[in-house]
Ligand binder design. Structure first.
Ligand code: SME
Length: 160
């Protein structure tokens, strides 16, 4: 049995340290990318409160394709440059969006989403996936979340 969930009163930087340790432990020595992304999506869901979607889009033949996630069924293919995920993938740069309704071209897979954090996963300089976190609350994600998820992306970049 795995129970990695942090205590409710755990400070955010400490929760991210625990998330990183759990991600490292769960994916160490496992070469299957789908299995690793599935477990990371489950960890994100357990560790981070106030979200309605958490998971991966993978770069496949020049577009983003839905990967393992937690939450409601989502858009399957996203062209580069489209929506928050497509911009993150095209630019290879994190997108921290306080209000998705103010983001040009936002793709509303779920109408309850109000804020979003999308972090590219880079391997040897190429974007191989993005981690997408969606919340029903405006401005749910901050610079600590950004740093925590960017570090997670580094930890898993050779394992997905
Ligand atoms: N909102 C995203 C699309 C993916 S879903 O939210 C799961 C976007 O604009 O890129």
């Amino acid at each position: 049995m795995f129970d990695f969930r942090p205590a409710d009163d755990c400070p955010k930087p400490e929760a991210y340290r625990q998330l990183h340790d759990a991600a490292e432990a769960l994916t160490a020595g496992e070469p299957d990318a789908v299995a690793n992304m599935a477990n990371i999506a489950a960890l994100l869901w357990d560790f981070l409160p106030d979200m309605n979607w958490a998971g991966f889009y993978r770069m496949v033949d020049g577009e983003l394709v839905l990967g393992p996630f937690m939450g409601r069924p989502a858009c399957i293919r996203i062209p580069l440059g489209k929506g928050v995920c497509g911009v993150a993938a095209q630019d290879g740069a994190t997108q921290l969006v306080e209000d998705v309704h103010a983001f040009p071209g936002h793709i509303a897979c779920d109408a309850v989403t109000n804020s979003e954090l999308v972090v590219p996963v880079l391997r040897n300089g190429d974007v191989v996936a993005v981690i997408d976190l969606d919340s029903p609350s405006k401005a749910r994600f901050d610079s600590e979340d950004r740093a925590g998820i960017e570090r997670l992306a580094e930890i898993i970049s050779q394992r997905i």
